[in-house]
Design a protein around this ligand. Structure first.
Ligand SMILES: Nc1ncnc2c1ncn2[C@@H]1O[C@H](COP(=O)(O)OP(=O)(O)OP(=O)(O)O)[C@@H](O)[C@H]1O
Ligand SMILES: [Mg+2]
Length: 166
């Protein structure tokens, strides 16, 4: 009985979120996110830029939720990157999918940490909760997409989100 109640709640939540879905240009959302971080990038002497948009890259999502995900990922990239480093963003539409990629020249991720990145409360930071990527994966999967990290220690990290095109 309790379990049935829980799934009803989840259905209601999913419906409410879907009613907020709209066609969003992922490239514009990423540019907005980088613009919002401009002051912080300057303060840390990080060269941050979004590659020029190619084809329109519309996705059907809750704009606030995806904006929050991108913000969280860009913050991670910024925190990992030393002054003089680079954070870049790129959006590509192909084969009915939209790929949002952020790449940093930061510290990278230890191979043994990679499988735990998206686990709740996994963090290597002294004063963090470790929920940014957990939340990001939940949100992206709700939009029918995937998120993954590619990283080389000492070289940097790419976070890649793939979403169905709208
Ligand atoms: N771009 C990145 N470069 C290096 N390590 C990263 C990067 N992104 C994530 N990580 C690693 O993954 C861990 C988990 O990230 P996540 O965003 O979930 O939590 P957090 O940033 O530690 O805390 P929170 O986001 O809750 O403030 C980080 O603590 C860090 O070790
Ligand atoms: Mg984080």
């Amino acid at each position: 009985m309790a379990r049935l109640q829980l799934s009803e709640d989840e259905t209601t939540l999913a419906k409410r979120n879907q009613s907020r879905y709209a066609n969003v240009d992922a490239a514009q959302l990423l540019r907005d996110c980088f613009e919002g971080g401009a002051q912080e990038f300057r303060r840390r002497s990080i060269d941050a830029r979004v590659a020029p948009a190619g084809l329109p890259a519309n996705v059907k999502v809750d704009r606030d939720l995806l904006g929050h995900v991108l913000h969280s990922i860009v913050i991670n990239a910024t925190e990992a990157t030393a002054p003089g480093g680079r954070v870049t963003g790129e959006v590509r539409a192909r084969d009915g999918r939209v790929e949002i990629r952020t790449v940093d020249t930061g510290c990278g991720i230890e191979p043994e940490h990679l499988p735990r990145l998206f686990n709740p409360f996994f963090t290597t930071k002294p004063r963090a909760l470790g929920i940014g990527l957990t939340f990001s994966r939940l949100a992206v999967e709700r939009f029918g997409g995937t998120i993954r990290a590619e990283s080389v220690v000492g070289m940097g990290t790419a976070m890649v989100i793939e979403l169905p095109g709208a």
